[in-house]
Design a protein around this ligand. Structure first.
Ligand SMILES: [Zn+2]
Length: 204
């Protein structure tokens, strides 16, 4: 499975990927709709969406779930800056996760420059052979400089935060209630929003 976020859809991966870009909304299979916030008191109703998968066995300290992001190589400094900044933003948020940048693991991040596909980011995954279909086996996150180069640095960071959200188990939400907005809009967020955090904290 994967998520891709396209400016234009890439036919070869349309069935199991999610992309963030301009234009077509991604085709997403097997999303579980969840609710958060419970609409109690002044708490706004949340709308986070989950992929139905998470990382297994990440709770290795009292802090939060540790997830390693292995850098498999960046050809474009702007893409690596986006990932670095996005990891810092998730780590600085109230989400119960601690992402380790450039640490060995089964979540890998890298980039490409594919002008044929205009997508900003693509996150794909396999399910775990050890723990079953509700857990990630390998996750591959790719940023496409062809799309990303047209964004501001803050826009690139938002795309990277979005793809990391997929890589931790978040699906697409509708509208700019957080960085997981799925229709390709750059919402202008520089940090994960409460809906994004609520989604992650329902998983870890
Ligand atoms: Zn997406």
């Amino acid at each position: 499975m994967s998520f891709s976020d396209p400016i234009r859809r890439r036919s070869s991966s349309a069935t199991n990927s999610a992309r963030l870009g301009k234009g077509l909304a991604a085709t997403v299979g097997s999303l579980l709709l969840a609710l958060s916030g419970l609409a109690v008191g002044t708490q706004p109703a949340g709308a986070y969406t989950l992929e139905g998968l998470k990382w297994h066995g990440t709770q290795d300290s009292g802090c939060c779930a540790h997830i390693n992001v292995k850098y498999r190589g960046f050809s474009y400094g702007g893409n690596q800056t986006a990932i670095d900044d996005a990891i810092s933003a998730w780590n600085g948020s109230p989400a119960n996760v601690l992402l380790c940048a450039n640490c060995a693991g089964n979540l890998t991040a890298g980039d490409e420059n594919n002008s044929a596909d205009g997508w900003y980011g693509l996150t794909s995954w396999s399910t775990s052979s050890s723990w079953g279909s509700h857990y990630f086996g390998n996750v591959t996150l790719t940023l496409n400089w062809s799309g990303m180069s047209g964004l501001s640095s803050s826009g690139r960071k938002e795309v990277a935060m979005h793809e990391l959200g997929h890589a931790m188990g978040l699906g697409h939400t509708s509208g700019c209630i957080g960085v997981m907005e799925g229709s390709s809009t750059i919402c202008g967020y520089t940090t994960p929003q409460s809906d994004d955090v609520n989604g992650i904290n329902s998983l870890y």
